[in-house]
Design a protein. Structure first.
Length: 96
């Protein structure tokens, strides 16, 4: 992937859905998550700068992801993130 120093545009709700799926998939099947991320990148779902930001997001500790994700989304996607993050936290709590 080509590296960019551009500031990424905020993620839209449809992009956030993909990112949330990737976050869940990373915990269960990291190789499948990487494959899916590459497919999304090839189809132009994310800009190069967004891809770089998502790579960083995926490498963060679980407790740092919510704040980082809120920094990456547009106003329309914030509600989606607010709705999904408690669900993800509950899944981690139950799984542990």
């Amino acid at each position: 992937m080509k590296k960019s120093s551009a500031i990424p545009k905020p993620l839209t709700p449809s992009q956030v859905k993909h990112v949330l799926e990737l976050l869940d998939l990373c915990e269960l099947a990291p190789i499948a998550a990487a494959d899916k991320f590459q497919r999304l990148a090839r189809t132009g779902t994310f800009s190069v700068a967004q891809q770089e930001a998502i790579e960083i997001l995926l490498s963060l500790e679980q407790d740092a992801i919510p704040d980082a994700l809120f920094e990456c989304v547009d106003d329309d996607a914030r509600e989606l993130v607010r709705d999904e993050l408690p669900h993800r936290a509950q899944l981690r709590f139950v799984r542990a």
